[in-house]
Design a protein around this ligand. Sequence first.
Ligand code: ZN
Length: 201
Amino acid sequence: MQTPMCWSCGAPVEAAASFCAACQAVQPPGQLDHFARLGLGRGYTVDLAALDRAYFALQRRLHPDRFVRKQPRERAISQQQAAALNEAYETLKHPIRRARYLAELMDVDLPGDGRTIDDPQLLMEAMEAREALAEAGTVAEVQALERRSRDESDAAIAALRELFTRADQAGIRRAILRLAYLDKFVEEARARRLNLGSAGP
Ligand SMILES: [Zn+2]
């Protein structure tokens, strides 16, 4: 692969570098994946403190105040870098978004955002949970269902570490579908709880 060159001074720049080492000009975001952009190894387990450090350090260097007196071209490039940085950070910080993103990098076949459930066992589980929610007559009962779903969600996230380590594509796919459904269920339960709460007793 050809070494990229700084658009400003022509010096070679490393693919993962946001700034030219020779002239300090900000570089276009390029085709880096989110992990490389933040200087992290590719994997589901992310050191969140390291992620924050890398993000805030770059964000400071890309702050618009630093580019007020620069040429329009450099200002525009800094904005592209900042947008790519934010996208990378938000994706990697959120455990479900991170799982989906990493699964895509691994070519796991995921359904679109329509969140169709095509797994019979999960479909059954979702139907039973919806029934229980419909039958819950008090705020406390709904809260118990919400809590259970949150616990299951936490357990699925913990299980993903192992699944990604083993590169178990079918397991990763199932866990991501399950998380999407649990996420949606918690939202539905919250709506139902608010309904019950306002109607009393
Ligand atoms: Zn340069």
